[in-house]
Design a protein around this ligand. Structure first.
Ligand code: ADP
Ligand code: MG
Length: 319
């Protein structure tokens, strides 16, 4: 039943990592200052994200898992080019409910009672309950109704590695929040509000944090490793555009390396965390279902800004 819908849902949620990303983005969109992620069984058993954000009002909560019912897009032409929230399709909770069992408990701070939603497939139940302000979303038994999808999942350990790296990227790009990742009941990553350097300490350890320099320029903010301490690990280059971690286009990685000029031996990549801010109309996050690939209207200009910001940071801190 509903095969076409399951396929559509599978484009938004094709693995546990997607559930983690979508739920974390919802928590960020809700303005949370504390975000806790729990994963069990590689995420197929359970993914839970708890936040202290704005919550969903009781009178609209039943729409949260309904496809497109809650899209943050205004229905005018060009709206997708101007979105400022991370979510905008109104599909993630719907897809999670199609692919697994969704349980959502939510309360806006000013509302007296909380609401609870249970959704699996097209069955949606709403109840009153009590809960602290904020939202907790739990997705259980992902793909239990989709055996073909279940068979193609990565082993739990591999998925947990990627989930840990993903949450680490959110910590690096949103270091001002409280973060916690728990895997099968064991704390995996914790972070208390700090700057980018503090986030590097939480994700890569204090040694790495001592090796970074601040980068602060128009539209570019973050840290890069000091050239003399740089090791060749390209997987430690992190970029976000308007708060969304992205798969960096090679042009941006190249721009950072060029910013180091001759300070960097060839073949070596610095650690960097760079948050880029561009005008909403200059980027389109709608290129990829996971929204990790963004189209930047003027990539050469952004790359030039990155190169100069890195060069300036290195000049400000002579060896
Ligand atoms: P989208 O984020 O694309 O709007 P989602 O399916 O991810 O769609 O979420 C549906 C809606 O439910 C959101 O637009 C938002 O209004 C609400 N919502 C989801 N998660 C949260 C949360 N953690 N806190 C507050 N509201 C939420
Ligand atoms: Mg969303």
């Amino acid at each position: 039943p509903h095969i076409s819908r399951l396929i559509a849902a599978g484009e938004v949620v094709s693995r546990p990592l997607d559930v983690v990303r979508e739920l974390v983005e919802n928590a960020l969109d809700a303005g949370a200052t504390r975000i806790e992620v729990e994963v069990e069984g590689g995420g197929l058993g359970l993914v839970r994200v708890r936040d202290n954000g704005a919550g969903i009002a009781a009178d609209s909560v039943s729409l949260a898992p309904v496809r497109h019912a809650t899209s943050k897009l205004e229905p005018e032409a060009g709206a997708v080019e101007r979105v400022t929230t991370l979510g905008f399709r109104g599909e993630a909770l719907w897809a999670a409910a199609q692919a697994g069992e969704l349980h959502l408990v939510t309360r806006p701070a000013a509302q007296v009672g909380a609401a609870e939603v249970l959704a699996a497939g097209d069955d949606v139940t709403v109840r009153r309950t009590s809960a602290p302000a904020g939202t907790t979303v739990t997705v259980r038994n992902l793909f239990a109704r989709l055996p073909a999808r279940l068979r193609t999942q990565a082993p739990a350990a591999a998925e947990v590695r990627e989930i840990t790296a993903l949450v680490g990227r959110y910590v690096l790009h949103h270091p001002g929040l409280h973060w916690r990742l728990t895997v099968d009941g064991e704390p995996r990553l914790t972070h208390a509000p700090a700057d980018h350097r503090g986030a590097v300490a939480s994700v890569y350890g204090p040694l790495s944090a001592n090796r970074v320099l601040r980068v602060e320029a128009e539209g570019v903010s973050g840290v890069v490793s000091r050239p003399e301490l740089t090791r060749a690990r390209r997987d430690r280059m992190h970029f976000s555009v308007n708060g969304r971690p992205i798969l960096a286009p090679p042009e941006l990685e190249k721009a950072v390396i060029e910013g180091f000029a001759e300070l960097l031996p060839s073949g070596v990549a610095p650690l960097c965390v760079l948050d880029l801010t561009v005008a909403p109309e200059d980027h389109n996050p709608n290129v990829h279902p996971a929204k990790q690939v963004v189209a930047l209207a003027d990539l050469p200009a952004v790359a030039a800004r990155v190169r100069e910001a890195v060069a300036e940071a290195l000049m400000a801190h002579p060896l």
